[in-house]
Design a protein. Structure first.
Length: 360
């Protein structure tokens, strides 16, 4: 039985397989997210395009897993004690996940972030009780980069940790122990390839490592990359790191260096795809129209990449990716005619889908 047949056989109207019992609070609700078969794209490619719906974590994004993973690791190593402070430099979703975890665990949460991020994310962090410090977006090498400011802030506080999401490999470990095995089980071990974009590298490295191990190396793992990032060229060139230039509309993905998290797996990657913003925007609107999925740009980029990888590998394959979060944190941009025009992306939205750009 193919995975698509298996998906249809198990499907029940208005039903979802939750855990068999109640879970303990916010922390217990992280993980066990659905794997969604994207029907139209699967038909078009002749493959099964399946996407892990991480927006259904209780904090609304894939970063709930990393946030919980790094906090648990600090607790287990005795670095964080009751009443302590958690500090992070984040473009948004990791901070939101940390703010939720800190509320549930009783910690103070302090977030430094680039001032280029959406207002929805900043507002939500503050609503969750986090102290938020938007700072100028500068290169990682600059001592005033938001990550370094977070690190230095934590150094001066008692009972405080800088969670260091980019280089703390507890991030990737969380996905190795949860996300990867879940995808393996949900595809009944029939996943031929996994692809997603990366910022910290935690999801790609952790899921990739788990799937490689469980498949005895059969599952291919690819990286998807937005404009302005150097990772696709790094992989395709065999390890040459060029200087970063340009940028993308996507938030929280793309990178100018090999983080410690990505470094745990980068040599095992099977390839990389560069995805232009124009394709990302077109897919974002397409998924809303044909699948009823209201997604952020990084999720749409991942789906574009999954489709392109399916076309590379040929029909009959199962390609998995990640739906990182919903569009609610970006709607003032992604569905704004004015914003799309300012970015030169108004023509990327097919004419029959422009009805969804309802904001001026």
């Amino acid at each position: 039985m193919s995975i698509s047949t298996a998906f249809r056989a198990r499907a029940k109207p208005l039903a979802r397989a939750f855990t068999a019992r109640a879970v303990d609070g916010f922390v217990g609700g992280v993980g066990n997210t659905p794997l969604i078969r994207l029907e139209k794209l699967s038909r078009l490619t002749g493959c099964d395009i399946v996407a892990k719906s991480e927006l259904q974590n209780p904090g609304g994004s894939v970063k709930d897993r990393a946030a919980l993973g790094v906090v648990r690791d600090a607790e287990q190593r005795g670095l964080l004690k009751p009443g302590g402070t958690v500090v992070e430099g984040t473009a948004g979703n990791t901070g939101i996940g940390l703010a939720h975890v800190c509320r549930a665990r009783g910690y103070r949460c302090v977030i430094f972030m680039p001032n280029t991020q959406s207002q929805e994310k900043i507002d939500l962090l503050r609503m969750l009780g986090a102290e938020v410090y938007p700072v100028p977006a500068v290169a990682y090498e600059d001592p005033k980069n938001y990550n370094h400011l977070a690190r230095d802030f934590a150094k001066d506080l008692p009972n405080a940790i800088w969670t260091d999401q980019f280089d703390n490999t507890a991030n990737a470990e969380a996905h190795y122990r949860s996300t990867g095995p879940e995808i393996w089980e949900q595809t009944q071990g029939k996943v031929d390839a996994f692809i997603c974009a990366t910022g910290t590298g935690g999801t790609l490295a952790g899921v990739g490592r788990a799937l490689k191990e469980k498949s005895d190396g059969r599952t291919q793992v690819w990286l998807a990359d937005p404009p302005g990032s150097v990772l696709a060229s790094y992989v395709s060139s065999g390890g040459k790191l060029k200087e970063r230039s340009g940028g993308s509309i996507t938030e929280g993905i793309g990178q100018g260096r090999i983080t410690n998290n990505l470094g745990t797996f980068v040599k095992q990657l099977d390839g990389a795809l560069h995805i232009p913003d124009q394709k990302t925007i077109a897919m974002l609107y397409e998924l809303l129209d044909t699948e009823g999925l209201y997604l952020g740009a990084s999720s749409a980029l991942n789906v574009v990449a999954a489709v392109e990888l399916a076309q590379k590998l040929g029909p009959g394959k199962t390609i998995a990716t990640i739906l990182c979060d919903g569009a609610y944190r970006y709607q003032s941009r992604l569905f704004s005619k004015k914003w799309l025009k300012a970015k030169g992306l108004e023509d990327s939205v097919p004419e029959h889908l422009q009805k969804y750009a309802v904001l001026d």
